[in-house]
Ligand binder design. Structure first.
Ligand code: RIB
Ligand code: CA
Length: 339
């Protein structure tokens, strides 16, 4: 089987780290590069965290890390969204660092500071160069942070759009938010970018929203099973899952006890076995960019009761569920297979 050619776009982040590890170790995936972006933390931190993961995996020669956008397109103008970018001055940074309670933390502390370097080119230029050199519909994009980089890429060089086979995006929520009542974090940080990418004409935009990632929660016993694989990456993944379980129990309770979603890694699992995503709807989606309390809300028109005369052509797919047992088995399979 040909490996899927993939570009990751990350705001690393504990769940991004699990996504990177599983993508790089997967025998079905060739990671062409990893772009970083402002998101969970400022881009300086997310880049450093990405370099730490890539260094641990020993793939810095083949997988370039390219630094992306430091700010969302418009969300920080006039400090409309104070606290972004989340950097040194992030108001809770000290508490998060010292309490050990956080979901991400500033840095992935289980790794030493990186000694490898990011690529010289910025991510937007790198994307354009890489995509323009690719065959049509040959590249899978897996963004798992705000969509700022890709919005710039498609606006600067729209011919890149036809190089993309699909976008599998961790973002959004159907009537569900984790940052505002109606908004998921990645989309909330840069709603305009998400809408631009959605409108770019890209084929096969697949949303992996909170509804799916929360259904695919991992537990302490899943972490133990992963740790028992006995490799360094497996140990790291187990530790990250446990860190997230502590963070979620402190800040965002999930339905199951001692459990947490590992959002971003579900997108990687979907390449191995698309049936890990369930309840998929082909529908019209749009992002609220209105600046109200719904700013960053994703609207998926799956409501059979909405007015027929107002129905718009479907522009994407959204997965509203996931098979958590399959997800765990895929992760274990990838980590076992890399022994
Ligand atoms: O809302 C969850 C998403 O926000 C994940 O991608 C997490 O890493 C953060 O970026
Ligand atoms: Ca992320």
């Amino acid at each position: 089987m040909d490996k899927r050619k993939v570009i990751l776009d990350v705001d690393t982040g504990s769940d991004d780290a699990v996504a990177i590890i599983s993508a790089v170790l997967s025998k079905n995936i060739e990671v062409l590069g990893i772009a970083t972006v402002n998101g969970n933390r400022c881009v300086e931190y997310t880049t450093e965290n990405t370099l730490r993961v890539v260094e641990m995996l020993g793939v810095s020669e083949t997988v370039p890390v390219v630094r992306g956008c430091a700010y969302p397109l418009v969300a920080t103008i006039k400090r409309k969204k104070p606290g972004i970018p989340r950097g040194h001055y992030y108001q809770h940074a000290e508490e998060y660092k010292t309490s050990g309670k956080s979901i991400h933390g500033d840095f992935l502390d289980m790794f030493p500071p990186s000694t490898i370097k990011e690529a010289n080119l910025n991510a937007v230029s790198w994307y354009i160069k890489t995509l323009m050199a690719a065959e049509d519909e040959s590249i899978t994009l897996i963004p798992v942070g705000p969509l700022t980089n890709l919005a710039h890429v498609f606006q600067v060089e729209p011919r890149t759009v036809k190089k993309v086979k699909e976008i599998i995006y961790m973002g959004g929520g159907h009537l569900l938010g984790n940052t505002r009542p109606a908004a998921e974090y990645n989309v909330w940080v840069d709603p305009e970018a998400a809408q631009i990418v959605l409108e770019s004409g890209v084929r096969n935009f697949i949303w992996v929203p909170l509804n799916a990632t929360h259904a695919a929660y991992l537990t302490k016993s899943d972490a133990e099973r992963i740790r028992s694989i006995g490799t360094k990456p497996a140990e790291v993944v187990a530790e990250l899952i446990e860190q997230r379980i502590i963070g979620y129990s402190n800040y965002q309770k999930v339905e199951a006890p001692d459990a947490a979603p590992i959002h971003d890694a579900l997108c990687i699992a979907a390449i191995h076995d698309p049936s890990v995503l369930t309840d998929i709807h082909h529908c019209y989606a749009e992002v609220d960019c209105g600046g109200s309390s719904c700013d960053g809300e994703t609207i998926f028109d799956i409501n059979p009761g909405s007015f027929e005369y107002d129905k718009k052509t479907p522009n994407s797919y959204v997965a509203l569920g996931a098979d958590r047992e399959k997800f765990v088995n895929i992760l274990v399979g990838i980590l076992e297979g890399a022994k």
